[in-house]
Design a protein around this ligand. Structure first.
Ligand code: GLN
Length: 602
């Protein structure tokens, strides 16, 4: 097994995750099988308890692992199926060491960070790297490890120490360190400053790790003399100093690496010869070219809870992008804050109310994503009602499906207080109820998580057709509440159709409204398995139904997004939010959020 470690220096948010995934793509293009590990030095055992509005979305794996969103990047970029163990956290490592200590495995020894924690980290890496994650048998050739955080963080010290020991253990020719750093450009003179990178490399070396390649984020290509200077001070050959300058979308990064011959430097360090002499990027480039040619737009209103953090709905945005690419349309996503659709906002902030409804009414399709907690629920219900009554294509994911059922119960069955017991535990008409797989009394560990099977009960329904007339489908879940099985016959006789159920027939997985052009809710999260070139069927259904609707431009005067580039106003706001051009961004404009997801089909 060969290892590529990606570390980051100077500041956070440099795009280490995208760089690491792109290195994986480059190695795959050279004919190697790749796996990946993400190290998060925080104390949480997993991302499941972390707010998506602080930390970005919680990505869910087939095995039910709730992991950092970077694992989503790896799965999408490299078309892998990772396991929960591919995400290492300080919490997991300490937990395993403390469990061993309690079992008496250390036999009277003093248990310490060095060597016990550092040994546990190395064992974990070595063991997980062997798990095949690309559908083929046997371990991959190369394991790309991304160390979260920035060199010098107190939290990451045990990991740095462990990785230093690990590089020595696996030996030269088996370990390659790529350090991602920042080369700021001083605006007045346009000078590229190397000092922050010099300091960060010095720090890295002081901790026992020597970089083989430097990947420098900068607004433009590094001048040759700047590379020479970095080479001299950081002891990295200038041919191994790469510039990751700003590009319109993250899809360009693997090509940027290839153009700078990163693969040659990496393969040389790893004593590997490319199976293919030149990386094969034919498909990759073809898709980029096709994408650049789209002129027509499809406009989706995503009704959710928004803050300044862009990544809370990352996989949903990517899945929309995969589907719109397959439909030959440029994607425009209008982020509609659910609360702004509510009647209270019309009094408190009439402009925000008007703007939110303007975006909703200007969309070709409406999507209500997953969510927890009652903020914005009434606004989401209004959005589902608008979509149902006006024949607007609607896709409800998890909470979005529950919302569709609540709305239908209220408007069509006339049960005005119908609700989920998550939001109104005392409602007389609980159309969505707590249906844990485990304990009924304890919230902890009761989430229905990971891959579960859905059987199609109605053969000629839209979703079965979208899934290629399959009789069942495996998708990923993350929820506690579900449609109340006692209300199914009532809901079905009024016009809903529960076309997908679990193996017991008690858990409703997919609902459709057959009289509507496209009104589908899924209890699972189809976004987690969407891939570029292999869009999720339900997203494809939404986008193709939306493409058939005539484009109605947003009437509120807020910016429109074209060609995947932010309008100047959004661009400024994105810059203000610290967006670095690598990740999708959103921004707040007078309380209206608009987003583009077109900065990378992956
Ligand atoms: N809050 C809802 C539940 O727990 C929906 C969860 C979700 O959308 N992921 O069932």
């Amino acid at each position: 097994m060969k290892y590529v470690l990606v570390t980051g220096g100077v500041v956070s948010g440099l795009g280490k995750g995208v760089t690491a995934s792109s290195i994986g793509v480059l190695l795959q293009a050279c004919g190697f099988r790749v796996t990946s590990i993400k190290i998060d030095p925080y104390l949480n055992t997993d991302a499941g308890t972390m707010s998506p509005f602080e930390h970005g979305e919680v990505f869910v794996l087939d095995d039910g692992g709730e992991v950092d969103l970077d694992l989503g990047n790896y799965e999408r970029f490299l078309d892998l199926k990772l396991t929960r163990d591919n995400n290492i956290t300080t919490g997991k490592i300490y937990q395993s060491v403390i469990e061993k200590e309690r079992r008496g495995d250390y036999l009277g020894k003093t248990v310490q960070v060095v060597p016990h924690i550092t040994d546990a980290i190395q064992e974990w890496i070595e063991c997980v790297a062997q798990i095949p994650v690309d559908g083929k048998e046997g371990p991959a050739d190369v394991c790309v490890i991304e160390l979260g955080g920035t060199i010098g963080d107190i939290e990451s010290m045990p990991f740095i120490e462990a990785l230093g020991q690990f590089s020595y253990r696996v030996g030269p020719g088996n370990f390659c360190l790529v350090h991602v750093s920042l080369v700021p450009v001083l605006n007045v003179v346009g000078e590229q400053k190397t000092k922050p990178t010099q300091h960060s490399v010095r720090q890295l070396r002081g901790l026992g790790l020597t970089p083989n390649l430097l990947a420098c984020r900068s607004s433009k290509e590094l001048d040759d003399n700047v590379k020479e200077k970095l080479s001299q001070f950081c002891h990295v050959p200038s041919s191994s100093i790469l510039t990751l300058y700003d590009v319109p979308n993250i899809w360009h990064i693997p090509l940027l690496l290839r153009d700078q011959k990163a693969h040659e430097a990496i393969l040389k360090t790893l004593n590997l010869r490319g199976v293919a002499t030149e990386p094969n990027f034919k498909e990759w480039i073809a898709t980029t070219k096709v994408y650049d040619k789209f002129h027509e737009m499809v406009r989706i209103a995503m009704v959710g809870k928004y803050t300044n953090l862009s990544d809370a709905y990352l996989s949903v945005l990517k899945a929309l992008l995969h589907a719109s690419t397959a439909c030959n349309h440029k994607l425009v996503v209008d982020l509609v804050p659910a609360e702004h659709l509510e009647d209270d906002t019309s009094k408190e902030d009439p402009d925000a109310y008007k703007a939110a409804w303007g975006l909703l009414k200007g969309a070709n399709g409406i999507l209500v994503p997953g969510g927890f907690g009652d903020r914005g629920v009434e606004g989401k219900i209004l959005a589902a009602k608008y979509a149902r009554e006006n024949n607007i294509p609607y896709l409800g994911i998890c909470l979005g499906m529950q919302i569709a059922v609540i709305e239908f119960s209220r408007s069509v069955l006339g049960l005005h207080d119908a609700n989920s017991t998550e939001f109104d535990p005392k409602t007389e008409n609980p159309c969505v109820i707590f249906m844990p797989e485990g304990s009924k009394t304890h919230m902890g560990g009761t989430m229905r998580l990971g891959s579960r099977r859905t059987y199609f009960h109605v053969a000629d329904c839209k979703s079965a057709k979208l899934y290629g007339n399959a009789s069942f489908v495996d998708e990923r879940h993350r929820h506690r509440y579900e449609v109340n099985p006692d209300m199914i016959s009532q809901l079905e006789s009024a016009g809903l159709s529960f076309v997908g159920k679990d193996e017991t027939g008690k858990r409703m997985e997919i609902v459709e409204c057959p009289s509507h052009p496209f009104f589908i809710g899924a209890q699972f999260h189809p976004e987690f398995k969407s891939r570029p070139g292999k869009p999720s069927p339900l997203f494809l259904g939404l986008i193709s139904a939306a493409c058939e609707r005539t484009i109605v431009p947003a009437s509120n005067g807020y910016s429109k997004l074209t060609n995947g580039i932010h309008s100047p106003l959004l661009k400024a706001a994105a810059a203000h939010n610290g967006n670095n051009g690598f990740k999708s961004s959103n921004s707040s404009l007078n309380g209206v959020y608009t987003s583009t997801t077109t900065n990378g089909v992956c």
